[in-house]
Ligand binder design. Structure first.
Ligand SMILES: Nc1ncnc2c1ncn2[C@@H]1O[C@H](COP(=O)(O)OP(=O)(O)OP(=O)(O)O)[C@@H](O)[C@H]1O
Ligand SMILES: Nc1ccn([C@@H]2O[C@H](COP(=O)(O)O)[C@@H](O)[C@H]2O)c(=O)n1
Length: 234
């Protein structure tokens, strides 16, 4: 039996996570936060001394892919609908959500052997229930036969504004220029890598959310999903 899959790809800060959580709650589907997988590998590779400022070699790639294959990664749904991420028995959800780890993630994500090591885990998540898959290559590589594909984007400036607001709300300091630079660097790396670059699938709906709030985005994507035969109960 196959279950419905909705893919939401796009750059950092476009609002994918916010949209995916709403869709998963409304449809009672599982949520795959594939960015968390690359963040975990990036963090673990950094901690193991495998990520430095130097260009990564073929040996580095093999070592990071071996480390990836040994990780026990679990997505545990919580009552709130959010998903806890547990690695080798320890929750890492709080530790991986920062721009430094986002940068590590983007480096290891450019390594084909690392992407290959994470592929089966991602594909298997569609075997148990309907799935909302959040990432960069969900519609192009991991779930090419998905029922509905979306590429959610926004200008780098709008995304930097959102990050600044998010950090301030969490009581943290935020340097707009530094955040904007980091977003642009990550976009550059993610969109131009040779393997699974971040881009819309040919059959994806592309939505620019720069001028839309999160509710407006949800309403548009819900309507799009309905045209693809996905049934919402509300
Ligand atoms: N349409 C929107 N308009 C304004 N702010 C938004 C919108 N969608 C999400 N946000 C806010 O922007 C911030 C980033 O959103 P979110 O984490 O969903 O983005 P993302 O695409 O998942 O980023 P990442 O790929 O880095 O995880 C959050 O604070 C969120 O509340
Ligand atoms: N399918 C994916 C998802 C993510 N990445 C890389 O991980 C970085 C972090 O992703 P977030 O969504 O958590 O911000 C991202 O910049 C990508 O480099 C990926 O390659 N493929």
């Amino acid at each position: 039996m196959s279950f419905p899959v909705i893919t939401i790809d796009g750059p950092s800060g476009a609002g994918k996570g916010t949209l995916c959580l709403k869709l998963a709650q409304a449809l009672n589907y599982r949520l795959l936060d594939s960015g968390a997988l690359y963040r975990i590998v990036g963090l673990k590779a950094f901690e193991a001394g495998l990520l430095t400022d130097k260009e990564l070699t073929a040996t580095d790639e093999k070592n990071i892919a071996d480390l990836t294959a040994q990780l026990d990664i679990q997505f545990i749904p919580r009552d709130s609908g959010e998903v806890d991420i547990v690695v080798d028995g320890t929750s890492v959800a709080g530790e991986i959500r920062n721009e430094t780890v986002g940068g590590y993630a983007s480096k290891v994500a450019a390594l084909p052997k690392v992407r290959a090591a994470l592929l089966a885990l991602q594909k298997n998540m569609a075997n148990e229930a309907g799935l909302i898959a959040d990432g960069r290559d969900m519609g192009t590589v991991v779930f090419p036969d998905a029922d509905a594909k979306v590429y959610l984007t926004a200008s780098a400036e709008a995304r930097a504004d959102r990050r600044v607001a998010q950090l301030k709300q969490a009581g943290q300091s935020a340097d707009y220029e530094a955040i904007l630079n980091s977003i642009k660097q990550r976009d550059e790396r993610d969109e131009n890598r040779s393997v699974a670059p971040s881009k819309p699938a040919e059959d994806a709906l592309v939505l620019d959310s720069s001028q839309l709030d999160a509710d407006e985005v949800y309403v548009k994507i819900k309507k799009f999903c309905q045209t693809k035969g996905i049934c919402f109960s509300e």
